[in-house]
Ligand binder design. Structure first.
Ligand code: SF4
Ligand code: SF4
Ligand code: FES
Length: 226
């Protein structure tokens, strides 16, 4: 039995597509060859941000084309890139002080707290909340709250005051990782061991093995060494 077809409107043109397809597969079914607006196909890269409305419903919906299944009479458009401010910096020359955020992104303090960004986020992140944390200068909190951001840019597309929320968030995650995250002592110890050349000899030996020998070593490895 052939699969039920449903009408969808891609950039204004009607196509009848199988009802079980994701938006991305429906676009390909309709003949689009996606070069931009596609990446991982698994909900991780943020390349396939999509905006749509359903016929007779004035709500604006947001989703990832690779994760969202089509619905009848869906009017959609993809936004693979949205222009937003991106500060230029060298993380090694910064410090994890609140003023750092304000000097690189002065527009941060213009946030109205409207929450439109949160409604647009396909990852269901509290974008307004992490922006408020950034305004308080709480870099660790922003890093934690924005951890699942996939940089799709939909929040910035909706912001009435031109915030680049996701770029502010990635700055906070970088500052946190470089300056605030607790250091692991055994990582420091292992790095010192590597630096002292403790693994030079075994590495040289591994580099001299062929593919089959490497596979054998891999199979025979001790998975949980004492
Ligand atoms: S916070 Fe913004 S850029 Fe990140 S996933 Fe949500 S909408 Fe996309
Ligand atoms: S959309 Fe912009 S102004 Fe509104 S809460 Fe989000 S960052 Fe603030
Ligand atoms: S293609 Fe990467 S999130 Fe959809």
């Amino acid at each position: 039995m052939s699969e039920e077809l449903v009408p969808v409107f891609i950039m204004g043109k009607r196509y009848d597509v199988p009802h079980s397809l994701t938006i991305m597969k429906a676009m390909e079914y309709a003949g689009y060859q996606l070069i931009r607006g596609v990446g991982c196909r698994g909900g991780f890269c943020g390349a396939c941000a999509t905006v749509y409305r359903l016929q007779g419903d004035d709500t604006l919906y947001f989703g990832l084309a690779c994760q969202t299944v089509v619905e009848p009479n869906m009017y959609l458009v993809q936004i693979p890139f949205f222009p937003a401010q991106r500060a230029s910096y060298k993380i090694s020359e910064l410090s994890a002080r609140p003023e750092q955020l304000f000097s690189l992104y002065p527009e941060l303090l213009r946030c109205l707290g409207c929450g439109t960004c949160t409604k647009a986020c396909p990852q269901d992140l509290d974008v307004k909340g992490y922006t408020a944390a950034a305004m308080r200068g709480d870099i660790a909190r922003v890093a934690d709250m924005s951890f699942d951001c996939i940089m799709c840019g939909l929040c910035a597309a909706r912001c009435p005051v031109g915030e680049a929320q996701y770029n502010i968030a990635v700055l906070c995650r970088r500052l946190y990782g470089r300056y605030l995250a607790p250091r692991s002592q055994h990582l420091e110890d292992r790095l010192a061991e590597i630096g002292s050349g403790a693994f030079d000899e075994p590495l040289q030996e591994l580099m001299g093995l062929n593919t089959e020998e490497l596979k054998e070593r891999y199979e025979a490895r001790d998975i949980e060494p004492k």
